[in-house]
Design a protein around this ligand. Structure first.
Ligand SMILES: [Zn+2]
Length: 288
């Protein structure tokens, strides 16, 4: 657990100069609460991402296991792509998103929970490998708190795109259908690409921007070719990550502030609540 420091010295997270833990404002850079209410040292020990990436691995892993265990007879094994696929009802209970839960049943909070659920062993393996690869880069570019905000925003926008397309763009060909039901962290992953594009543009570093674009486009086309991929979720995730990092508080040349930490904590609480609400509401509907 996080340990609170009540006396002594700590490095200001913005300017790295040494300040007293009791200082309300950094005398060197004017940052508010440089000791972050005594938690600055503990947070720093969690790493530049504040332990978020490990949290994604554990959170997604535990929810994937839970989805399997909740409905063991319902587990599907249809070929390599659908090996160890949790049943539809158990994913629905834990909070899959899409036009059915969001528009038909009113489970609007699933736009967040669905980003932490996965539909097969291959799906979760691929997504977590991408998160492990990209999230540390985005944490280095923007800071750990802003990583959490970007990740959450991309998850929400990706889910909104696929649910809305699923509801209103039914007439389009299959690949651009949107989703009746959808799970997965890929919206967030595309959001990380979007954030990297913004970073490259802001620093006028064409190599970073171009590489992020290339990865995003190749993965997007890959999704269009593969069956059953939520392409609107990918597009929405990219738009979410790119859009958020265009906001004034996300200038990568400026260090993150304690407001970002508070907003990141709010994102994490909202994520946990979205899963709890899904299960509570799902049980009241008699799912499973
Ligand atoms: Zn400072």
């Amino acid at each position: 657990m996080l340990k609170r420091q009540t006396e002594g010295l700590v490095a200001c997270p913005s300017c790295q100069k040494i300040v007293k833990v009791t200082e309300k404002k950094c005398p060197h850079c004017d940052r508010q609460h440089p000791a972050m209410w005594g938690y600055a040292r503990s947070l720093r020990q969690l790493g530049p991402d504040y332990g978020f990436i490990r949290g994604v691995m554990w959170g997604c892993g535990i929810l994937y296991l839970a989805a399997l265990l909740l409905d063991i007879p319902g587990i599907r094994n249809e070929g390599f792509l659908d090996l160890l696929a949790p049943s539809g009802p158990s994913l629905f209970l834990l909070g899959s998103t899409g036009s059915l839960p969001v528009y038909d049943i009113g489970r609007w909070w699933t736009v967040l929970s669905a980003g932490w659920l996965h539909g097969s062993l291959l799906h979760i393996t691929f997504n977590l490998l991408w998160v492990r690869d990209l999230a540390p880069v985005v944490a280095r570019f923007y800071g750990g708190a802003r990583l959490i905000i970007i990740y959450s925003a991309a998850t929400i926008v990706g889910s909104l795109f696929s649910s809305t397309a699923g509801q209103y763009l039914d007439a389009l060909p299959d690949v651009f259908h949107g989703a009746t039901l959808s799970v997965g962290a890929s919206g967030a992953i595309f959001g990380l690409f979007g954030a990297m594009v913004t970073y490259g543009q802001r620093l006028k570093n064409n190599e970073i921007a171009q590489r992020a674009w290339t990865y995003a486009i190749v993965l997007f086309v890959f999704g269009v070719i593969m069956p059953n991929v939520d392409n609107w979720g990918h597009l929405g995730g990219f738009v979410g990550g790119y859009g958020v990092t265009k906001l004034p508080g996300f200038d990568p040349l400026k260090k993150e502030k304690h407001d970002h930490v508070l907003l990141a904590i709010a994102c994490l609480i909202a994520t946990v609540l979205s899963v709890i609400a899904s299960v509570g509401h799902g049980l009241s509907l008699g799912i499973l």
